[in-house]
Write a protein that binds this ligand. Structure first.
Ligand code: MLT
Length: 408
């Protein structure tokens, strides 16, 4: 008899964004004339930029010619892209990352979801609350948690993000083995200062723990004091792995390209306490389970680093940040306190006593605007909604007018 992985039955209903999509579809069906504006899932709306598109076209043309055609590429990514990433995203900022520490992939969601496979089933895991659900659900699937009880999975160490800590939790009092951090944060839009990351790196070094640092939104940082990478913190390369993505940076949500940096110094331990290279484990995993990102997509990603490409992606993030400013000031004008939106594309809005799903439903039904209920990101998200800045300017402006009319 084929048996299911029973751990899947612990998962809460469906994935958050699937649940939202179903509710929006039902609303749209009942209200076919409503012009729904989606500020829910963080999906980009601006097209790929000129440099990216021309590199993409050129690479597709290469695939059509015998002498330049390519079959399987290296599982870790082509050398040209790994070198460009190491140089531009790290070495240019004084961080010593080598190309063979960069692993190109088809998404930070997949990488941050898959990475837990490298570690033992007894691994003690700490996650912020609120949190990007992928970190939690993938560990539930792998059997590293107990049952769902009172809005949380037993066995996980939850780190409360609250208005009083600015949604940047400090390390726990107890030792844990694996820590998920995301800055600029999804969902709260909070950013971590250098000394806050330093505290985490010191904690990880003391406890021989590992930090999985999701930096998918780094392109939105404008404050020069905010670190762009966990590896800017001394000692981090032994205790951290970093996920980055071209999705929000360069509009690649439908094109798919990301990368994970695993320094050679990064260490995990065998049961007898002897050290083992995390990079080698990830490389082994990727070569077995992944056949790399397509050649044209990697050429398109490399074009992001040309001088023109850099200007173009800056304009993209400026565009979404202006949307974020409009959303935040619009919500504040009607008395909702907000976090995020200045170095991140998400605005975390206090629902002023309303329940997250109640406010979500109210905005859907009275303003035809889709947001994301904060409680979908964890127990501490209750009483908040997340508004995404990824949409066309005129839609964001209209959404804010409708929201203000609905909530005033
Ligand atoms: C989100 O809205 O939280 C993100 O778009 C989800 C993702 O990047 O997978």
């Amino acid at each position: 008899m084929i048996q299911i992985n029973e751990h899947y039955t612990k998962l809460q209903a469906s994935y958050l964004f699937t649940d939202i999509a179903r509710r929006v579809e039902a609303y749209q069906k009942a209200n076919p004339d409503a012009k729904v504006i989606k500020l829910g899932i963080g999906d980009v709306t601006q097209p790929l930029t000129e440099s990216v598109i021309s590199a993409f076209h050129r690479a597709i043309d290469e695939m059509a010619v015998d002498s330049t055609f390519r079959g399987y590429g290296p599982e870790q990514g082509y050398e040209f892209l790994r070198t460009t990433i190491a140089q531009n995203d790290y070495r240019a900022r004084g961080v010593a990352i080598e190309p063979d520490e960069v692993f190109v992939s088809d998404g930070a969601k997949c990488d941050s979801g898959n990475f837990q496979e490298l570690f033992g089933t007894d691994t003690v895991i700490a996650v912020p609350d609120p949190v990007y659900p992928v970190y939690v659900d993938t560990n539930v699937m792998a059997g590293r948690t107990g049952a769902w009880a009172d809005g949380r999975y037993q066995g996980l160490v939850y780190l409360d993000g609250t208005p009083s800590n600015g949604f940047v939790p400090s390390p726990p009092d107890q030792p844990v083995d694996l820590i998920y951090l995301c800055f600029p944060n999804n969902p709260t839009g909070a950013v971590a200062r250098r000394e806050q990351l330093q505290e985490w790196v010191e904690y990880a070094r003391r406890n021989r723990a590992l930090i999985l640092f999701d930096a998918a939104y780094v392109e939105f940082i404008r404050d020069p004091e905010i670190p762009h990478s966990i590896f800017e913190i001394p000692g981090a390369s032994e205790v951290a792995v970093e996920f980055r993505s071209f999705s929000k940076t360069a509009g690649f949500t439908g094109t798919r390209c990301a990368y994970t940096v695993v320094p050679k110094a990064c260490t995990a331990y065998r049961t007898d306490g002897s050290p083992h290279s995390v990079r080698d484990l990830w490389s082994r995993r990727q070569t077995t389970k992944f056949n790399g990102v397509s050649y044209p997509v990697q050429r398109a990603a490399a074009a992001v680093y040309s001088p023109e490409g850099q200007q173009e992606i800056r304009a993209l993030s400026d565009y979404y940040l202006e949307n974020a400013r409009i959303i935040r000031s619009g919500m504040e004008a009607i008395g909702h306190s907000c976090t995020g939106g200045s170095d991140a594309p998400y605005i975390w809005v206090d629902a002023k006593g309303a329940g997250s799903w109640d406010l979500f439903e109210k905005l859907l039904h009275t303003a035809a605007v889709v947001t994301t209920p904060g409680s979908g990101f964890g127990k501490r998200g209750e009483g908040f909604i997340r508004i995404s800045a990824f949409n066309h300017r005129e839609r964001v402006e209209e959404a804010m007018e409708r929201i203000q009319a609905a909530l005033r």
